[in-house]
Design a protein around this ligand. Structure first.
Ligand code: 3PG
Length: 254
């Protein structure tokens, strides 16, 4: 696993950003760091995305990647702009091959076993499971992961803080992606304190699942209805932002 992928695996969280103004990139990066995260996936859904990637790439404390990359030309542009990893909503072999040729990690989106087989053939070790919740959430992920034990997943799409512990407990999950901690409405409102708070909450949940790993997903065990409710995240009594800021290793995790 190279630097960017290892950083995402260490953080176990991947904030998915839709940004309208590149001037928000620096304060957003600062808010993520205050919350305990050092990575961001900037989606190519806005005209501001490429410049935002360039701004964050200049920050040595942020591991920035590009999301919603739909073709090899876009992959080339954002890698040139400084993206250290590429995330795609579906599986494009052209994008995968371009990233591999440039030694940039790529996490293609998959939703089916057939796409997983194609990804495997292409040498992919980690995929984005997208859109996670509409596809059936943890139950679907568990079923897909069972025959592909070598594959790691970044479930993304419709995931909230409440659903985070269940996903993070799954041994096939490398990290969980989502926009709930970086909503565009808060970015546009300049409410970076709230983004830092939401980020810190997510970090606290991720830390809790690491300290108290669940045993719901032993090999071959089917996912029982309601099983994810048996895990409860531990929250800091002193406030989540302070807890995240003081957690060991938080300055080095992505
Ligand atoms: C993505 O681009 O990966 C998803 O749209 C993010 O999904 P979310 O906004 O539901 O978290």
């Amino acid at each position: 696993m190279n630097g960017a992928a290892a950083a995402i695996a260490a953080a176990r969280l991947l904030p998915v950003v839709v940004i309208d103004d590149p001037r928000a990139a620096a304060p957003l990066a600062a808010a993520l760091k205050r919350g305990g995260l050092r990575c961001a996936e900037i989606t190519l859904r806005t005209a501001a995305a490429e410049e935002a990637i360039r701004v964050m790439a200049a920050d040595p404390d942020i591991v920035v990647g590009a999301g919603t990359v739909l073709n090899a030309q876009q992959a080339a542009r954002v890698i040139d702009a400084g993206a250290r990893y590429i995330v795609t909503p579906g599986l494009s072999l052209q994008v995968v091959q371009h990233c591999q040729a440039r030694s940039v990690p790529v996490f293609p989106g998959v939703a089916t076993a057939s796409e997983l087989m194609t990804a495997l053939d292409a040498g992919i070790e980690t995929v984005k499971f997208f859109p996670a919740e509409p596809l059936g959430g943890l139950a679907m992920l568990n079923s897909l992961a069972a025959p592909f034990r070598m594959m790691r997943f970044i479930p993304t799409g419709g995931i909230t803080a409440a659903k985070l512990p269940g996903y993070l407990c799954h041994p096939a999950v490398l990290a969980v992606g989502g926009s709930w901690m970086v909503p565009t409405s808060l970015i546009n409102a300049g409410n970076f304190d709230e983004i830092a708070r939401l980020t810190a909450d997510a970090v606290a949940i991720a830390d809790s699942t690491q300290e108290n790993p669940c045993t719901l997903f032993s090999p071959g065990r089917p996912l029982n209805a309601g099983s994810t409710r048996s895990f409860s995240a531990r929250r800091s009594p002193t406030g989540s932002v302070a807890a995240a800021a003081s957690r060991p290793g938080s300055s080095t995790a992505c």
